[in-house]
Design a protein around this ligand. Structure first.
Ligand code: SF4
Length: 349
């Protein structure tokens, strides 16, 4: 009998992989659909709950697999409705998941890695380096916790929390498939958005994906000079190469891209920046989503005033760019990516 730590989390298996495992155990493959029903529709947390399966099969499953669970370590509720959840994983690492309500929408921002390799200067997730990739079960586990433990009706799912999703593609792809499958979480692909900081292989990987998920490109600077400083990934994959890859991605699949742009006071909010951003947005026929920089401990950047951001937005609109403004949410609870996990990690022995 394997110890719990040695057992594989059954939620790390895609539907076809689970069918293959069952066949190897001498069980019919269709049992995989019943198991998915218990895991993803009913949110079961133990094999003993799988009452539509025989006791014998439940015992066989329990001897081979475990059903992991995220442990809630902290919760911060902001005055503006944003909620940040800090989860402790099996190995003691921490990740964050953020809930962002807006009108009828309830968006969840999911983490894909513990920390991040890419060390963007404005981001708390990159401050403390990279620890490890999340397993697909730890990605879907964030959604399951919100749906089943908190009973929330989530509408939108963005992979924009801790980590670069395209740097953990195998597990993110599996999580996307389980989230989308009717036998899994049954979430429409158009309600899921994967973001990238400009990791060049991202475009080919998403092009090859047969799910129409949305792609969001975090731009934040429109010259290599500034982008090299703000986002070190730009030294590996320079801006023009990324924009060309994005053009090719759009041409090949006819899909739209959203450009994310954090407005930082006095750094990337000039008229020249607006001109550069408008030129890229027009090349990609992309919508721009502006976000006012949210202060992060230990960083010297300045938050722009509402008037500064409104002026920047107006410049883009005058240049015929479809622009939305996402107000910084949850600044009172350190809701920007990675801030709470960083604080928690530092406050622990
Ligand atoms: S912005 Fe994204 S890619 Fe950059 S350090 Fe943060 S998590 Fe990593």
């Amino acid at each position: 009998m394997k110890s719990p730590e040695e057992k594989k989390d059954i939620r790390d298996l895609g539907l076809d992989e689970l069918k293959a495992e069952l066949e190897a155990m001498g069980e019919p493959a269709f049992r995989a659909i019943q198991i998915f029903d218990w895991l993803y529709h009913k949110g079961a947390s133990g094999f003993s709950e799988f009452t539509s399966l025989s006791k014998d099969l439940r015992e066989k499953l329990a001897s081979r697999f475990r059903i992991g669970a995220l442990e809630l370590a902290d919760r911060r509720d902001s005055g503006d409705g944003t909620v940040k959840l800090l989860f402790r994983l099996n190995d003691g690492a921490f990740i964050e998941t953020v809930l962002i309500p807006a009108g009828r929408r309830l968006t969840v921002c999911l983490s894909t890695q513990v920390g991040c390799k890419f060390a963007c200067a404005f981001c708390a997730s990159g401050l403390h380096g990279f620890t490890r990739d999340l397993a697909s079960s730890e990605i879907t586990g964030q959604v399951l916790y919100l749906q089943h433990s908190l009973g929330l009706d989530l509408t939108n799912f963005v992979f924009m929390g801790m980590g670069e999703p395209l740097d953990n593609w195998a597990n993110v792809e599996k999580a996307l498939r389980i989230m989308n499958a009717p036998e899994g979480l049954g979430i429409a692909a158009r309600r899921m958005t994967v973001s990238t900081a400009g990791y060049l292989p991202a475009f080919k990987r998403l092009e090859a994906l047969d799910l129409q998920v949305n792609l969001s490109l975090s731009l934040h600077a429109v010259t290599d000079r500034l982008r090299d400083k703000l986002m070190p990934i730009n030294r590996r994959f320079p801006l023009e190469d990324v924009v060309r890859a994005a053009e090719e991605y759009i041409r090949s699949g006819g899909r739209m891209i959203t450009l994310e742009y954090i407005v930082i006071c006095g750094l990337n909010d000039s008229l020249d920046d607006a001109d550069g951003l408008a030129a890229i947005a027009r090349r990609l026929r992309a919508k721009v989503n502006l976000i006012a920089y949210s202060p992060v401990e230990g960083q010297a950047f300045e938050t722009p005033t509402e008037a500064d951001v409104a002026r920047f937005k107006r410049w883009l609109e005058e240049r015929k760019v479809n622009t939305t403004l996402r107000l910084s949410k949850g600044t009172d609870i350190a809701a920007a990516c990675g801030q709470l996990a960083g604080r928690f990690k530092r406050s622990k022995p």
